[in-house]
Design a protein around this ligand. Structure first.
Ligand SMILES: Nc1ncnc2c1ncn2[C@@H]1O[C@H](COP(=O)(O)OP(=O)(O)OP(=O)(O)O)[C@@H](O)[C@H]1O
Ligand SMILES: [Mg+2]
Length: 1079
């Protein structure tokens, strides 16, 4: 919902001076001060905006503010220059009314800033697009250019505009800017040659010297040092807060954006440089033969450089500074110039050069920003011109300026009253005559073509004969003496004869804003604004495109004996054009006021502001505005604002707004003469009535606020209470549920316990009953059995004989045996001979039978097992059997050999090609082939040998080469000695005297000792045809090594070298074999 606000809301002091009550100058100032102290720098007088210069940046020009004021009614928000700009722009765009914004005020009051704010606001709210943005940018960038050439530091303002500016911005039907036209008024050209104390020349001079590159300065023949130039005042050359160098860059950039060509910029800078050079030209007197003094240029260097810059022939210019040619009818008379005349001519040239350059800049800017289309367009003019000036010493310039302000005031009165009247007619309100001061009479005093002051001045200037300021004043005294607004000591008006505040050389005019005393001195000269023709001709001859354009009157083809129009005449004409222009437009006023002379924030100097309020005619403004009705407002917002004051209109009025307002006013008993009903607005005559309504509204708002507060608080508390209540119910529900759950769980577990106890008790009871029942049944069965047995025994007893007992015994034994055999049959162990299982015997008396049956069964299954053997397997088992007979319980190595298969040929001698030769050299079939260690008697170490056993001999061969080392025929083998321990040592003892015994016995060791000895035992016996080969198992035996017998002794040792036995030579006759104890 849109929030409806009003100017009347949150007002500090009174936002619109029209509403000031009581209206007096004091209350007016008090209100301004009050608002200024609260940073409210804008105040309205109806639709006029008073702007106080804050001298500091306030946060009221942000893009947010632009948005805030955009499309809002003028009185809707607190006063602001944006409100005025928005109103003007919208009525231009929507109602097709051309607008003008007239900004006036004294120097430093903020006119130029206000004009920039208006332009930037319009630029922000109007249409966008590439072309439109370019136009906007060019319009905005024309400001820095004009400010650089037309502004200067003065004692009142560091950036004072020294010219009046009027800019027409042109828009198309959509409200998009198309272009613009700038007009300039009355550049203060005297500043070029002389500046008052504490002031500077135009900014561009300082900007050029500070900001241009060394190269540019060299081209322009300039030096960076300000002190080298006579035209530049030195006491305030540097201004704090003003960066001339940076501003120079800004200006060049702005010129580029506006559309200046590079050579144009260069030409402009050359002219600026020429002005500086001109100031340095000095003259000296030179006596002539006729006794007159003639001027001569003192140091020609600056003249030369200037001429070079502008392409002027030095001699021509030099002559122009020394002679003056006066043309009268057909005659040409040349007179010499003395030094002071030469200086006058030099300064006149500098002033003209600069002011014409400035006018050319304006024309050139206009060429760039001119609207491209000829189609009809709407126009918004912004006028930034000096306000009324009242100094201690007022001269021609102040006179001209004040004349302009009189004209503006006239337009203001005319347009305001016209607008007022139009509104009354539009609204159907009866027109009451408004009393106000019409300043047309003062304008007439100044501009009247017959006897106006300007006409008198022109007449004096054009008159032949001696013309001085005194003759001009005399003329005024005679012509204007009767005028009620003209005052002079020498006039025939006896009123002022004794007025000592009015010097004899001055005249006084009663302007609408106050009396101003003008000193007549200089009026004629300034009005004449003479530039000697020789100088303009010299300039025209220059070989410089721009300078030629600036002095067209120097052209020989335009030799004109008529004097050029005077400054006063020109100004009057341009003011006339301006006024005609403004009259066709809807005016909007910004009146700028300066709060203090110190350019400082927060200071409000009352006397200064009073002075400005006075001469800006602000009180007059308020009076004109209040002459009819002080306040007016459309019915809808009026009803909206005050409807709470009447029960019939509050809170809603269903009928038309006007009727609502009528009911309201009637109800409030406002006297009928205090207001009138227009067609769409109510008109309130007196601010008192409005304040009465406002006061009632304020009270009512307080009551309403209390009511709203009450209802809101009630609603808030109730909502809070309802929320609490709802929450309490939720909490309670959850708690109850939780409590019930707990309770239920407790009951449930208690029930389960009780239930289990009950069930247990019932079950135990049932069990007891069942047990009792079973016992009863068993008892019955037992009793019945006993009883039955007794019965049967009693029955059978009569059949028993004397040997019945033996028969029963035999029968029983038979039955038992039968049961025993059947049981044995079903529990027979497996057929494996190694299976040790045998069922238990059932009766003790069967012990012998049972053991015998087990033995028989074992023999039987062994026989069965043997009967399956092949011949080879049989031989193996026979060997195994023999090994068992030989070693079981005799040698500790034996048990470990039982599981080893007796492979015989471990070397695979017939297949292995390595042993092919060995194999072929052995005649018989090799029964056993293995690697054994032959123990060396010298150190007890073993060396590997191949051990072959055939049916006839034992062969030892070299392990690597397979070369036979020894071959012992089996019949020559006497016995074999082994130890009783786990070692693999064995000694082959040879028969004494046999062929093999020469080399001595062999002490060998093998991993397959049991197999070797068993095989040797079997084959050796057969080969030697003897019963058996002697096997000696003993831990100490003798071995015959060649001649010596060495004892080999086996001892139990610790398992140092793993599990293998080690042999050591103890002495010549003893080899000790240490056998690790088996774990
Ligand atoms: N609205 C504003 N906010 C902040 N500072 C301001 C404002 N208006 C003016 N000023 C300050 O005051 C100085 C003078 O303002 P400005 O140049 O607009 O005065 P002027 O009325 O144009 O004077 P002149 O007649 O000498 O040209 C500005 O340079 C600026 O520092
Ligand atoms: Mg200004």
């Amino acid at each position: 919902m849109e929030v409806k606000t009003s100017l009347l809301d949150n007002m500090i002091g009174v936002g619109d001076m029209v509403l000031l009550e009581p209206l007096s100058e004091d209350s007016f100032l008090e209100n301004l001060k009050n608002r200024f102290d609260h940073n409210e720098i804008y105040t309205y007088i109806g639709s006029v905006v008073i702007s106080m210069n804050p001298y500091r940046s306030l946060p009221i020009y942000t893009p947010d503010k632009v948005e805030e004021y955009r499309n809002r009614n003028f009185y809707e928000l607190s006063p602001h220059v944006y409100a005025l700009a928005d109103e003007a722009y919208r009525s231009l765009r929507d109602q097709d009314k051309d607008q003008c914004i007239l900004i006036t005020g004294e120097s430093g009051a903020g006119k130029t800033e206000a004009s920039k704010l208006v332009m930037s606001y319009v630029a922000a709210v109007c249409g966008k697009g590439q072309e439109v943005n370019k136009v906007k940018e060019q319009l905005l960038q024309s400001n820095p250019v004009l400010e650089a050439f037309g502004n200067a530091k003065t004692v009142r303002n560091d950036n004072s505009s020294r010219f009046g500016k009027y800019m027409d911005i042109e828009f198309d039907f959509k409200g998009d800017p198309l272009g613009g036209v700038v007009s300039n008024y009355l550049l203060e050209k005297s500043r070029v040659v002389k500046q008052p104390r504490g002031e500077r020349n135009f900014h561009i001079f300082y900007q050029l010297l500070s900001g241009a590159s060394d190269d540019t300065l060299k081209k322009l023949k300039l030096d960076r040092d300000f002190s080298k130039y006579n035209y530049l005042s030195l006491d305030s050359a540097a201004v704090s807060g003003l960066d001339d160098a940076a501003n120079f860059r800004t200006v060049r950039n702005a010129m580029q954006i506006v559309g200046f060509m590079t050579d144009e910029v260069q030409s402009v800078l050359e002219l600026v440089a020429a002005v500086l050079k001109l100031g340095n030209i000095e003259f000296k007197p030179e006596s002539r033969c006729n006794g007159m003094d003639e001027s001569r240029v003192k140091d020609k260097n600056d003249l030369k450089e200037m001429c070079e810059l502008l392409g002027i022939e030095q001699a021509v210019l030099e002559r122009a500074f020394s002679y003056r040619t006066v043309e009268a009818k057909m005659e040409k008379v040349s007179t010499t110039l003395n030094v002071s005349q030469a200086y006058y001519a030099r300064d006149a040239l500098a002033k003209n050069l600069y002011s014409r350059l400035f006018s050319w800049l304006v024309t050139r800017i206009n060429e760039s920003i001119r609207a491209g289309t000829k189609a009809r367009h709407k126009v918004m003019g912004v006028l930034d011109i000096y306000g009324f000036e009242i100094f201690e010493d007022n001269s021609f310039e102040q006179f001209i300026i004040n004349y302009c302000n009189e004209k503006l005031q006239q337009i203001f009165i005319e347009l305001t009253l016209r607008e007022e009247q139009e509104e009354y007619v539009r609204e159907g309100i009866e027109w009451t005559n408004i009393e106000y001061f019409n300043n047309a009479v003062i304008c007439d005093l100044i501009e009247n073509n017959q006897n106006g002051i300007l006409a008198m001045l022109d007449e004096e200037c054009l008159r032949p004969g001696t013309v001085t300021d005194e003759t001009f004043l005399d003329k005024l005294n005679t012509v204007c003496a009767e005028h009620q607004h003209f005052e002079s000591r020498l006039s025939k008006n006896s009123k002022f004869l004794n007025d000592h505040s009015l010097p004899h050389t001055c005249f006084r005019i009663q302007h609408y804003a106050g009396k101003v005393l003008y000193r007549a001195e200089g009026f004629v000269d300034k009005n004449n604004d003479l530039l000697y023709r020789d100088l303009s001709q010299a300039m025209y001859k220059a070989n410089h495109s721009l300078i030629k354009q600036l002095f067209p009157e120097g052209s020989p083809s335009k030799v004109n004996l008529k004097r050029p129009p005077t400054a006063g005449f020109q100004f009057k004409a341009s003011v006339g054009t301006l006024m005609r222009n403004l009259q066709t437009k809807n005016p909007n006023y910004i009146r700028c006021v300066k709060p203090n002379d110190k350019k400082a924030a927060h200071i409000f100097t009352e006397s200064l502001v009073r002075h400005q309020v006075h001469y800006l005619g602000l009180m007059e403004n308020v009076r004109v505005r209040r002459a009819g009705y002080a306040f007016r407002q459309p019915y809808e917002p009026c009803l909206e604002r005050y409807k709470m004051l009447c029960k019939k209109t509050w809170p809603h009025w269903r009928g038309p707004a006007r009727e609502g307002v009528e009911v309201l006013m009637e109800d409030l008993q406002v006297p009928a003469e205090e207001f009138s009903y227009g067609r769409s607005k109510i008109f309130i005559r007196n601010p008192r009535t409005l304040f009465f309504l406002e006061e009632r509204r304020r009270q009512c708002l307080q009551d309403l606020a209390t009511l709203i507060q009450k209802i809101y608080r009630g609603w808030k508390c109730r909502s809070h209470f309802l929320l609490l209540k709802k929450s309490q119910i939720v909490v309670a529900a959850w708690y109850r549920r939780y409590a019930q759950q707990k309770k239920y769980q407790k009951i449930k577990s208690a029930t389960t316990v009780v239930q289990s106890y009950t069930r247990g008790w019932q079950a135990r009871k049932l069990l007891r009953e069942l047990k009792y029942q079973k016992r009863c049944e068993e008892a019955v069965t037992t009793i019945a059995a006993y009883w039955h047995g007794t019965q049967v025994r009693r029955e059978y007893r009569k059949f028993f004989r004397a040997n019945a007992g033996k028969k029963i015994y035999d029968f029983t034994i038979q039955r038992i045996m039968q049961k025993y055999f059947l049981g044995l049959k079903s529990n027979m162990p497996s057929m494996s001979p190694t299976d040790k299982n045998w069922p238990d015997r059932p009766y003790l008396f069967l012990d012998g039978v049972h053991t015998e049956l087990r033995r028989i069964f074992h023999h039987w299954r062994c026989k069965k097992y043997r009967s399956q053997f092949t011949e080879e397997k049989k031989a193996v088992y026979e060997e195994k059997l023999e090994a068992s007979e030989l070693f079981k319980d005799k040698k500790a190595l034996y048990p470990s050999s039982v599981s080893q298969p007796f492979k015989g040929d471990y070397l695979e001698i017939s297949k292995n090609p390595k042993y092919q030769k060995l194999n072929s050299s052995v005649d018989e079939k090799v029964l056993l082939a293995d690697v054994v260690n032959k123990i060396n008697r010298a150190n007890g170490k073993g060396s590997a040998r191949l051990f072959l056993l055939t049916k006839k001999s034992v062969v030892l061969a070299d392990h690597k080469t397979g070369q036979i080392k020894a071959s012992v025929p089996l019949p020559e083998l006497a016995s074999v000695s082994v130890s009783s321990q786990t070692d693999g040592f064995f000694a082959l003892k040879l028969k004494e005297g046999s062929a093999s015994a020469v080399k001595g016995d062999f002490l060998l060791s093998s991993e397959h000792l049991i197999e070797i000895i068993t095989k040797l035992h079997r084959i050796g016996a057969k080969a030697a045809d003897r019963e058996q080969l002697n096997l000696d198992i003993s831990d100490e035996f003798l071995v015959q090594f060649k001649q010596d017998k060495v004892c080999v002794k086996f001892i139990q040792g610790s398992p140092k070298n793993g599990n293998s036995a080690s042999c050591k030579r103890k002495n010549n006759r003893l080899l000790e074999v240490s056998v690790p104890t088996s774990p």
